[in-house]
Ligand binder design. Structure first.
Ligand code: NAP
Length: 475
């Protein structure tokens, strides 16, 4: 597929294309443009020209288009979900759900955008007033990870468009096809040329040019912490705004009075979803010592029901996207074993017939870990979780906070007051108590510490694509 620039499929000026690989079979499913810096120039020009007009369109008209695009996403959820399942290897039903959830978020942003307001302070100075309004910031560069390409895109897209910004999206090299299809749908919905553009290519080839381009007003980035820090440093040098949604290694605390019938399935689901390639997955499990053995056995038993396999079969988990992402799971497991931990289930690459062309790692639970082990310190981004016991609540909080990351955290406590006290002390952008839902669209999402800067979703997510302007007037 070619780049989507100015409402048209556009061959890359580089003349180069790369392969998009099915991670289950290793087959090439499509090609994508391998863009270069000249392509960046062309796409930024298109987005900037479009911005000059798009910002003048009344918000109500923008909202109508946005609802139409969201409906088209729903109408094509099966088709785009299938493309996503092929490029990512995640079970089809979950891929279709991702498109529908993206449509819901797009609808939500359209409605919330209509509610944005300015201010007129009541100074009571005769003949003088000041108005505080919000301007769209300009062209937004969205750079996203492979793991939830449409969820991560739509966390930025509808929020930027509804306030009058235009977008240049750079999806992951591993999963670009679904994003390109979404751009085509927005064009079909009637969006003017240049409002939503997609460029593909390696981040290391075109990332700097996108970040530093004079027309770039903001970089909305979701990906690894080291890439995010690099983008953040470059952005600071060029005075660009950023939102950085970065890595995580999220803890769950299970107190001795927790309802295990709720806790066990919730933890298993949020440890192994998307083969653990999930930024706010449960990675570190801390269990109060009186119920430690019971929880280890129940988590192991529940995990044993998960099926690994082809996304178009009845599997719960597919392969890892590539060897680089896979390798951390294998390395952390080996490290934990060498330091005395016990693998309760999983622990070694699946290589039999159906698996031998992909990077399949089974759901893995490692008991009796400690904080000298990599699995409790470094991001796994794969289907491996470590479990250890704690005696007191203060100890559990200290352990949970003993991480450079702070994206999400989870607590299961029979007594809600205790759950709340723990939640207040956990260093994380979001904390779930007594169950784990997907993140809601109308509340902020983002990290603290090395997990990021800024928030997406909710009103906060929209405001981050605007800048306040004060207009003084005398009469
Ligand atoms: P990544 O390697 O950092 O890549 C993310 C995106 O950045 C890709 O589009 C990549 O392009 C691009 N990129 C790479 N180098 C770049 C550069 N020098 N300049 C500009 N862009 C560049 O991350 P990943 O392996 O795809 O994803 C895994 C990470 O994302 C994990 O750490 C995970 O926790 C994090 N994540 C966080 C959230 C959240 O909401 N906090 C959500 C999802 C994932 P190429 O693909 O072309 O290299």
């Amino acid at each position: 597929m070619e780049n989507f620039i100015n409402g048209k499929w556009t061959a890359p000026l580089s003349g180069e294309y790369g392969d998009v690989i099915n991670p289950v079979t290793g087959d090439v499913i499509e090609t994508m443009a391998r863009s270069n810096k000249e392509d960046v120039e062309a796409i930024m020009d298109s987005a900037y020209k479009a911005f000059k007009q798009w910002k003048k369109v009344p918000t109500a008209e923008r909202a109508k288009l946005q609802h139409k695009a969201a409906q088209l996403m729903r109408d094509h959820a099966e088709e785009i979900g299938t493309i996503l399942a092929k490029e990512l290897g995640r079970p089809l039903a979950a891929c279709v759900r991702e498109i529908n959830r993206g449509a819901d978020l797009t609808d939500y942003y359209a409605e919330e955008g209509l509610r944005l307001k300015g201010e007129v302070p009541l100074h009571n100075i005769k003949g003088e007033k000041a108005m505080v309004v919000r301007d769209p910031i300009g062209v937004v560069v969205s750079i996203t990870s492979f793991n939830y390409p449409i969820a991560l895109l739509t966390m930025k897209l509808g929020a930027a468009l509804i306030v009058g910004c235009t977008i240049v999206a750079k999806p992951s090299d591993d999963t670009p096809l679904s994003t390109l299809k979404i751009a085509e749908l927005f064009s079909q919905a009637g969006y003017p040329e240049g409002v939503f553009n997609v460029i593909t290519g390696r981040g290391r080839d075109i990332g700097d040019a996108l970040v530093t381009h004079p027309h770039t007003a903001k970089i909305a980035f979701t990906g690894g912490t080291s890439t995010g820090k690099r983008i953040g440093m470059l952005a600071a040098q060029h005075n660009k705004r950023v939102t950085l949604e970065l890595g995580g290694q999220s803890p769950v605390i299970v107190c001795e009075d927790a309802d295990l019938d709720v806790a066990i399935p919730a933890i298993v689901k949020h440890t192994f979803a998307n083969s653990g390639q999930f930024c706010y997955r449960v990675s570190r499990v801390y269990v109060q010592e009186a119920i430690y053995s019971e929880v280890v056995e129940k988590l192991t038993e529940h995990t044993s029901k998960l099926k690994v396999g082809d996304p178009f079969g009845d599997s719960d988990m597919g392969p890892m996207i590539n060897q680089k992402i896979y390798q951390t799971s294998e390395d952390q497991t080996r490290d934990a074993l060498s330091k005395g931990a016990k693998v309760k289930i999983g622990g070694a690459r699946l290589v039999e017939d159906a698996y031998n062309k992909g990077w399949f790692f089974p759901p893995t639970i490692i008991a009796d870990v400690d904080h000298d082990m990599e699995v409790m310190k470094e991001e796994t981004f794969g289907p491996v979780a470590g479990i250890m016991s704690f005696k007191t609540i203060d100890e559990a909080i200290t352990l949970a906070n003993d991480s450079e990351y702070g994206l999400a955290a989870y607590v299961f406590a029979g007594e809600l007051g205790r759950g709340l006290r723990i939640a207040e002390e956990l260093e994380a952008g979001s904390v779930w108590i007594n169950n784990i839902q997907r993140s809601y669209h109308d509340v902020p999402f983002g990290g603290v510490k090395q997990s990021g800067i800024g928030r997406e979703k909710g009103r906060y997510g929209i405001e981050s694509f605007t800048e306040l302007k004060t207009i003084y007037f005398s009469y």
